[in-house]
Write a protein that binds this ligand. Sequence first.
Ligand SMILES: [Zn+2]
Length: 311
Amino acid sequence: MNVTRFFKTALLSVVCGVCVSSLVCSQEVNAPNEIERMKAKYGVDASIADLTPTVCAVAGIRAPKTATANQIEKVVDGAKTSFDGRPAQKVLIYCGDCIGDVLLQKYPEDFEGCLKESDAVVLSTNVMQTVTPVCFATIFSGAGPEVHGIKVYEKPVVKVETLFDVFLEAGKKTAIVSQKGNSVITIFRERNIDYLDFPTDEEAYEKTLQILKENDYDLIVVHDCEYDSVMHKVGTEAEKAAEARRTVLKRWLNVVDATDEAWKDFDRLVVFAPDHGSHMPENSSKGVHGMDVRDDAVVNHFYRWRARESK
Ligand SMILES: [Zn+2]
């Protein structure tokens, strides 16, 4: 099927899971926008777009003008209570590419550490097309593709106001750390951000630990595509994919430890924020995503907050 045509059609209606390929369905429901369509279709209360208003509220910063998503109250209230009403001073968002809810359901043992370290786990839908630039534009603008403009796999600079812009306005020093050319470090260019790019995900992770030690930034966003890259080559069930999955989750836990050390005197919020999941097409040995199916569309955002030690 022509994906663009499907997206345009799907935008206007909720299509039940069994008839995605035919577009002929008796269970269509009107939805005001793509975010609400996906939430209704998958029966999930939250959207990946909720991250931006949520993080802004915890940090005491206004949400971007175009953000239409909801803040997650259990995160905002939990952090506020923990911080005795103060805003978070430091924020780190670890973008674990392609770590869908399907992986948590299939391999819960790999997520034990992440679940233990998280204060809130928010089941969230993404938006069509379920590919990386569309999803991260949604995550960091707090609005759907109709608003930020990225609807297919392409990497233009996002022009609407984003989480980065309101953090910069609030005087927060910001870094994006990533393998060179990947989505997050590309589509949020043209801002007063330190763009730290590297030949590999591993080096980007190492750099993250280093800049935490130096404690120079207020907002750090890391994009780790290790699992996504491997699963596209070998499929989701291969041992190499399992290793990559565990590597990304372990890196997040190590980064959490590093924030506890470097930011112990700061009220802080650390989020593990995947963009999409993936699935195996029939008769294929390679993993894919981009479709309007549950394994691509539903992820978890893991929130963790800690109050500063010195009051
Ligand atoms: Zn991918």
